[in-house]
Ligand binder design. Structure first.
Ligand SMILES: [Zn+2]
Length: 431
């Protein structure tokens, strides 16, 4: 329970600032131990690299040691499925201009990387092709990046985890026993950055190792088309790093593709300005006239990769690179009052003052102060502007106004006498 609560507190995403900042999660074991820092989402078109850490946050419990997880380093690019909408963030770690849109993000993540509590850093990617030591063809070759641990050099001068090459080799031989296809075997790619790779000198991992912090990248392959497969390999590799570091963990599912596929479809819920709560697994693709403010709306997601993109006058709700639904706003000021709201549901009183939804079998009547205007979306009665004190049954509401796909769920909205929006209560007709 406390884990869920702390998750919710971290998940406030303001939509109107054009640059979304990453969130950092800490999963602490009861027993002290080493700290592994996992960074996902530096490249927005590499979803294996950000859905894997989102599963760590939601489905793993650390028993010994600590995980720090940033699932969405380049969040603006992740939700747009683009490598870097402000150019490649992974080339900004040697130098970044103060006016660069990524400036604050790079500055903040550098500070976390160099935190003395962090023992090892993993940067997650989906790379091109399949890395092989010898040239086989255009997909399988030494220049490819996929299915490999990328190290800048074999050894660094740190008290712990200085032998990156050896560690990766050991992990490779472990996880290659759990792969699905020979194509997918992992290798260790040493870019020998210091001598050979000017581009990699600008990267996150090279910044880390030149500041005496062990770091490397995990690359699954862009040529593996199924997201569940890439996420499976990412988690498999991350678990082996935890094993090497003595970090003990539990997860609430068995690690296989089938379960990952299911988890990837759990979108959780979204709350708009603390007044309207939506089940993202049920919501229809498009909802009209959602009451929000003109700016500074607060969208809170239970999923670490939830965010809203405003595109002209349409708001697009995303979980990572997956579009969940779009809505058209109707702009209101928010009311500061919190009136008592009662729903008489199937003849029984329910206090809905603090509820986002009520269940009804046959009918409901809304009761509240006369100053409050009640609007049941999809219901109308001639001459009635305020729809309180009317007994309404399912057949009185046009079915197309249900906001959920497989349910009969309708919006009841409340406004004060100056027409400021108070809240929405959903009525879910159950069978
Ligand atoms: Zn990448």
């Amino acid at each position: 329970m406390s884990k869920i609560l702390s998750l919710l507190l971290f998940l406030v995403v303001a939509s109107n600032s054009s640059i979304l900042h990453f969130k950092k999660y800490e999963l602490n074991g009861r027993e002290k131990g080493d700290t592994l820092f996992i960074i996902g989402g530096i490249h927005g078109n590499e979803p294996g690299g950000y859905f894997a850490p989102s599963i760590l946050i939601q489905h793993y419990k650390i028993l010994k040691g600590t995980l720090w997880v940033v699932p969405n380093l380049n969040f603006d690019s992740d939700i747009r499925d683009q490598r870097g909408i402000y150019k490649d963030m992974n080339r900004k770690f040697a130098h970044i201009d103060k006016n660069d849109p990524d400036y604050q993000i790079v500055k903040d993540i550098k500070k976390l990387i160099l935190d003395k509590r962090v023992d090892l850093v993993l940067n997650l990617h989906d790379g091109h092709g399949f890395y092989r030591k010898k040239w086989e063809n255009i997909i399988f070759n030494p220049k490819a990046w996929g299915q490999a641990f990328i190290i800048d050099q074999s050894n660094i001068k740190t008290p712990k985890y200085d032998n990156l090459g050896e560690i990766c080799k050991k992990i490779t031989s472990k996880i290659n026993g759990s792969i699905f296809s020979k194509k997918h075997v992992f290798g260790v790619k040493n870019t020998k950055t210091k001598f050979h790779d000017e581009q990699m000198k600008l990267s996150l991992t090279y910044f880390a190792i030149t500041h005496d912090k062990p770091a490397l990248a995990i690359e699954t392959s862009k040529n593996i088309t199924e997201l569940k497969t890439k996420v499976y390999y990412q988690l498999l590799a991350i678990e082996e790093f935890m094993n090497v570091m003595g970090i003990k963990y539990k997860r609430d599912f068995k690690l296989n593709e089938k379960n990952i596929e299911k988890i990837l479809k759990e979108y959780g819920n979204m709350t708009i300005n603390g007044r309207f709560k939506i089940d993202l697994n049920q919501i229809k693709p498009f909802i009209n006239f959602v009451p929000i403010k003109i700016k500074n709306n607060c969208f809170v997601f239970s999923h670490p990769l939830g965010a809203v993109i405003k595109d002209n006058n349409i708001y697009r709700t995303m979980i990572g690179n997956k579009k969940i639904f779009e809505f058209k706003p109707e702009y209101f000021e928010l009311s500061k009052i919190k009136p008592k709201i009662t729903f008489v549901v199937d003849g029984k009183d329910t206090d809905a003052t603090n509820l986002f939804a009520v269940n009804a079998k046959k009918s409901f009547t809304v009761k509240c102060d006369n100053d409050i205007r009640v609007n049941v979306i999809g219901f109308s009665k001639k001459g009635k502007k305020n729809e309180s004190n009317i007994n309404i049954s399912k057949k009185d509401i046009a079915k197309r106004y249900s906001i959920y796909k497989d349910k009969d769920t309708y919006r009841v909205e409340f406004y004060d006498k100056k027409n400021r929006y108070i809240k929405t209560v959903l009525v879910n007709f159950t069978k």
